[in-house]
Design a protein around this ligand. Structure first.
Ligand SMILES: CC(C)(COP(=O)(O)OP(=O)(O)OC[C@H]1O[C@@H](n2cnc3c(N)ncnc32)[C@H](O)[C@@H]1OP(=O)(O)O)[C@@H](O)C(=O)NCCC(=O)NCCS
Length: 334
């Protein structure tokens, strides 16, 4: 028997049907399809009907994962939800998902790490499998970014979409599963990307609403430079310390924030297009959901097979940086 590892044994996703195209944004703010496409790679993003909470789309993704795995919600031991758009500051969205699913044996909590949320939550969930304490852990990345977008700020509102993804982690001893992770946080970057209002620092008030502080604020160019450097550094570092190079990699699954950030990392690692997943044109940046949605794209395109060496990588608000290296275990996908 090999070493016990936490393996992804199912994937489920949900994106809302409603779509906003770049042309739709041309009617709302001073922008153009050409600017958005060339600066970000985004063409469309899926958005919820107003009033739809994160727990609702997360539950749909969770149900999809359970159905594909062929198990009931009551088999789950733990639910970890990565999100920056919880239904409310508390209680945790994980509990709301647990209730909606009827996962009566599971405990759960949320992880707040913005765009790195999914890889952080995956790492947290994996620990409970590796120790042998749990046998079935569900990890979700879900965000309703439209609930915190300022449709008067052209530099942020065009970038994001809504979506959810769920994976089930189970023990495997056949060499597949999570091999390593490497995460960083640099809190000095907090000022460059945040939502300033509604927390204990600036509780909601008429003033915070008037100043539009309950929306995402970003200094895009600074975040861009940081992300380009860190994506490539973190990815190369985790490969190196596991005695791999870019050539050994079968698939690079990067957080989808900007096509230029992904391609910069791709070129530094010397990866051909066939080894890199890109779906930002369809979904925009769905924050915690981009990596499970990218895994879905890879599966739909039949680019993932059992035993493949896969690198997940993300950079996000915080700043947070995360990478997870794994050998794909195979999931049922029809
Ligand atoms: C947001 C982002 C696409 C902007 O691209 P950029 O090349 O850095 O552009 P800048 O921010 O320097 O802005 C350049 C110009 O475009 C303008 N601009 C910004 N948004 C625009 C839009 N939607 N349409 C048209 N023009 C726009 C700016 O006002 C600026 O104009 P100015 O030069 O007259 O002041 C890019 O910075 C980015 O992707 N940043 C990282 C985002 C990210 O990854 N965030 C999530 C965390 S991972």
């Amino acid at each position: 028997m090999g070493q016990r590892r936490a393996a992804i044994t199912a994937l489920g996703t949900h994106v809302p049907e409603r779509v906003m195209t770049n042309a739709d944004f041309e009617k709302i703010v001073d922008t153009s399809d050409e600017w958005i496409r060339t600066r970000t790679g985004i063409q469309r993003r899926h958005v919820v009907e107003p009033g739809t909470p994160t727990s609702a789309i997360a539950t749909l993704a969770a149900e999809d994962a359970l159905r594909r795995r062929g198990i009931g919600a009551e088999e789950l031991d733990l639910i970890v939800v990565a999100t920056v758009t919880p239904d409310m500051p508390f209680p945790a969205t994980a509990g709301l998902v647990q209730d909606r699913l009827g996962a009566r044996r599971a405990w759960g909590f949320d992880v707040s790490a913005a765009c790195s949320g999914f890889v952080y939550a995956l790492t947290v969930g994996a620990q409970f499998i590796e120790t042998g304490r749990h046998r079935k852990v569900m990890v979700l990345g879900a965000d309703v970014m439209t609930s915190i977008l300022d449709y008067k700020d052209r530099s942020t509102c065009v970038l994001f979409g809504d979506g959810a993804g769920a994976v089930i982690l189970e023990p495997r001893e056949d060499g597949t599963g999570i091999l390593d992770f490497s995460h960083e946080v640099d809190g000095s970057g907090a000022c460059y990307l945040n939502m300033p209002g509604g927390g204990s620092l600036r509780p909601a008030s008429h003033e915070t609403v008037d100043q539009r502080l309950h929306y995402i604020k970003q200094q895009g160019a600074h975040v861009f430079k940081y992300a380009v450097r860190k994506f490539a550094d973190a990815s190369q570092q985790i490969l190196l310390r596991n005695d791999f190079t870019g050539t050994d990699l079968d698939l690079f699954v990067a957080h989808q924030a900007n096509i230029r950030i992904i391609e910069a990392a791709q070129h530094r690692m010397g990866l051909p297009d066939a080894k890199v997943v890109k779906n930002i044109h369809e979904y925009g940046n769905t924050t915690a959901a981009t990596i499970p949605l990218a895994l879905k794209t890879a599966l739909d395109e039949k680019r993932l097979a059992k035993g493949d060496l896969v690198l997940l990588a993300a950079v996000g608000a915080g700043f947070t940086v995360g990478s997870v290296l794994l050998r794909w275990s195979g999931v049922s996908w029809d």
